[in-house]
Design a protein around this ligand. Structure first.
Ligand code: SAH
Ligand code: SF4
Length: 371
């Protein structure tokens, strides 16, 4: 059964033009769609009753024939004295996704999911153990940002979300078109108006997605999950490496940099005595530093001490090894930081999102779309 098709139309799946078309078909004057769009993306309503500038009859029809989002909030969890919050949402097919809001004194970051589960099977990732359960619609991606905006308004109305990272569950480039529609909707200056330079997408290394992003009209930041400096080790940790090996990945990254002039981040999860030796750090430095024929990559390395999840034999690198690895890179002239994690105790940190109450989906999993 296609549960999505049997549900009323989710308004967050529509562009302003599509809403205009819908309300035009309902014989509404043209400005009504703009009013509704403002209510959705400027006022962040979570109930049509709050859209008091719309006539009651229109609100009634919208309530009957559409729905305000298709994410069902199951629960939220708090950590770091309430400054980290994780929401667990249920989808139509019963799968769940998670969104994490991290609040700092003068800024706030939201980490958003693009798929329920993930087909990529990276051995160190809790989401990867689930397989792919659903490609999120643009509306389901956008609605996570609206949840975070409302949540932040309650925590600290003086600040707004400063950064959006597509680093939650799933591989954004395996759901490229819907992910991109969400980016455009969130960016739209007539609506949510979130700056593209404040968005970062993280990819496991799907080369066609990197090439597409290089030609995209908005300057979204790119982070690439590297995690190993050679193909043998990377393929062990990340099966996708057999399809897009390191040379191909770096060629696409170089093309992206020369086209956009933007610096990329390489993420490197540190697994104790697996990929964290000084020799591998030196190999990584050589890879990124360039050669006589290749200029150095315009990049930054973000080291992520691995976050544990139940049922794996892997271990987090001890602090001494993290710092030693970082030092080798710094000595080689490569910008390198260690990511400070939030929300580890509520399994909200990188790679821990698996929806601990992951319910069995009732619909068949969506097929994998490698762009
Ligand atoms: N699928 C995308 C984005 C989601 S994962 C990607 O793989 O890039 C976001 C980041 O968390 C990636 O760099 C991923 O490698 C990292 N990650 C996955 N599992 C992790 C874990 N258990 N601990 C720390 N980081 C992890
Ligand atoms: Fe998927 Fe990213 Fe996890 Fe790999 S690290 S399994 S690509 S979510």
């Amino acid at each position: 059964m296609n549960t999505e098709a049997s549900q009323p139309f989710d308004v967050y799946n529509a562009t302003l033009t599509e809403l205009e078309q819908l309300l035009h078909n309902w014989q509404q004057p043209p400005f009504r769609a703009r009013q509704l769009y403002r209510q959705l993306y400027v006022n962040w309503i979570d109930d049509l009753a709050q859209a008091t500038d719309l006539p009651a009859a229109l609100r009634e029809r919208l309530a009957q024939e559409t729905r305000l989002g298709s994410l069902e909030l199951v629960h939220t969890q708090h950590a770091d004295a309430g400054m980290t919050r994780k929401a667990l949402f249920k989808l139509d097919n019963g799968a769940v996704v998670e969104t994490v809001l991290m609040v700092y004194p003068e800024r706030a970051t939201v980490c958003i999911s693009t798929q329920a589960g993930c087909a990529m099977g990276c051995v160190f990732c809790a989401t990867g153990t689930l397989g792919l359960l659903k490609n999120l619609t643009s509306g389901e991606i956008v609605a996570q940002m609206l949840w975070a905006s409302r949540e932040l308004r309650q925590i600290n109305p003086q600040i707004s979300i400063t950064n959006l990272v597509f680093m939650g569950m799933g591989e954004p480039f395996a759901n490229y078109d819907r992910w991109w529609a969400a980016v455009e909707r969130l960016h739209d200056p007539q609506g949510f108006n979130f700056g593209a330079r404040r968005m970062t997408v993280s990819t496991v290394g799907l080369v066609p997605g990197i090439r597409r992003l290089a030609d995209a009209p908005l300057p979204i930041n790119l982070a690439i999950s590297l995690h190993a400096p050679n193909d043998a080790l990377r393929s062990e940790l990340m099966p996708i490496n057999t399809r897009y090996p390191i040379a191909e990945l770096l060629a696409a990254t170089r093309a992206y940099i020369s086209r956009t002039r933007r610096r990329v981040s390489f993420e490197y999860v540190l697994l104790n005595e697996r990929n964290d030796t000084p020799e591998l750090a030196a190999e990584l430095a050589t890879l990124l530093r360039g050669s006589r024929t290749q200029p150095p990559l315009l990049c930054h390395v973000n080291l992520i001490p691995w976050n544990p999840f139940p049922g794996t034999p892997l271990n987090r690198s001890i602090r001494k090894r993290v710092l030693a690895f970082q030092q080798v890179l710094i000595d080689a002239g490569i910008a390198c930081t260690v990511r400070v994690e939030r929300g580890v105790e509520i399994a909200a940190a990188c790679g821990q999102l698996a929806g601990h109450t992951q319910l069995k989906p009732t619909a068949a999993p969506a097929s994998l779309e490698i762009v």
